[in-house]
Design a protein around this ligand. Structure first.
Ligand SMILES: Cc1ncc(COP(=O)(O)O)c(C=O)c1O
Length: 265
C-alpha cells in the first residue's frame, strides 16, 4: 500500500472534514499532505502540488516561511500563552500598536478572536451591546447583502446568505434584513461596474430609511463576496454605504476575513 493510501485510510477512520460531505471522500479521498514549502505542498508519496487555494485563501507568505517560523519559535521559548483577561504581554501590545498605526483614526483599539467566524460574532455582539448601552435596546437586527458569507457559527451563519450553508439551521438563526448585492456579475450588458454598484446603493438606502431604528449594523464583505462565488463589486459601493451608515446612524461592519491585509492589492 502506498504511504498516501495508508494515511488516507487512517484519516477516514477518525476525521470529519469541514464543509465536506464525507460520502464524497469514498470516491475522491482527501489529499494527504506531509510537508509544505513556499507555494508547494508535498504528499506522503513525494508528489508536489501548487497550493493555488493558499490554504483556503489565508496563506499570504507561503508555507514554512522562515521568518514566520523563527518568530513562532522565538515566542514559544519566551512565553507560549497567558490569558488576556487580567494579564497582558509584549506580543499583544506590540501587534496592537502596529495594527492601530495602520488603521484609520477612530479604529484605535484591537480585540482578538481566534478565527473569522468568532471575529464576526464579536463584531455583532459589540454593535448590539453599544446600542444597548446607549439606551436603544430596540436595535437588534442586522442588515446583510444577498449571497454574502460570514462564517459557520450561528450568529455569523445567520448574517450570511448562502443557502447551502444555512438552510438546514434556519430555525436556529437570527433573521437579518437582506438587501440585493452590488455584485457586478448581475449588471446589464454595457453597464459599467461603477454604474451598477452605484445603482445598487438605492435598495440599501431604502432599507436604512425604513429600518434604521431597529438596526444595529450593516455587515458586508468589502469588494469581494468570496464564498458566494468570488463575486466582485466596485469600491464606490463601500463609500456610499459608509455615508449611508453615518447618515442613518448605524454601524458598518467590514468583514475583511478574506480581503484584509493587502489581499485585494
Ligand atoms: C468573509 C468571511 N468571513 C468569515 C469567514 C469565516 O472564517 P473562519 O473560517 O476562520 O471561521 C470567512 C471564511 O471563509 C470569510 O470568507
Amino acid at each position: 500500500m502506498s504511504a498516501n493510501r495508508d494515511f488516507i485510510r487512517r484519516d477516514l477512520a477518525v476525521v470529519w472534514h469541514p464543509c465536506t460531505q464525507m460520502k464524497d471522500h469514498e470516491q475522491m479521498p482527501p489529499i494527504p499532505i506531509r510537508h509544505g514549502e513556499g507555494v508547494y505542498l508535498e504528499d506522503f508519496d513525494g508528489n508536489r502540488y501548487i497550493d493555488a487555494v493558499s490554504s483556503w485563501w489565508v496563506n499570504l507568505f507561503g508555507h514554512g516561511n522562515p521568518r514566520i517560523r523563527a518568530a513562532i519559535q522565538q515566542q514559544a521559548e519566551k512565553l507560549e500563552h497567558v490569558i488576556l483577561a487580567g494579564f497582558t504581554h509584549e506580543a499583544v501590545v506590540d501587534l496592537s500598536e502596529r495594527l492601530v498605526a495602520l488603521t484609520p483614526a477612530g479604529l484605535d483599539k484591537c480585540f482578538y478572536a481566534d478565527n473569522g467566524s468568532s471575529a464576526v460574532e464579536v463584531a455583532l455582539k459589540m454593535s448590539f451591546h453599544y446600542w444597548r448601552n446607549r439606551g436603544q435596546a430596540a436595535r437588534r437586527r442586522f442588515v446583510n447583502l444577498a449571497n454574502s458569507y460570514h462564517g459557520e457559527t450561528l450568529g455569523a451563519l445567520a448574517v450570511g446568505d448562502v443557502g447551502l450553508y444555512k438552510q438546514t439551521y434556519a430555525d436556529l438563526l437570527l433573521e437579518p434584513i437582506t438587501v440585493p448585492s452590488p455584485d457586478c456579475f448581475h449588471r446589464e450588458p454595457g453597464e459599467s461596474w461603477r454604474d451598477y454598484s452605484e445603482r445598487m446603493v438605492a435598495p440599501m438606502e431604502e432599507t436604512l430609511a425604513r429600518h434604521a431604528d431597529e438596526v444595529c449594523a450593516v455587515i458586508l464583505e468589502p469588494l469581494v463576496q468570496a464564498a458566494g462565488g468570488m463575486r466582485m463589486y466596485h469600491p464606490v459601493y463601500l463609500s456610499r454605504v459608509r455615508e449611508l451608515c453615518d447618515r442613518y446612524q448605524v454601524h458598518l461592519i467590514a468583514d475583511e476575513i478574506c480581503t484584509g491585509f493587502g489581499r485585494t492589492g
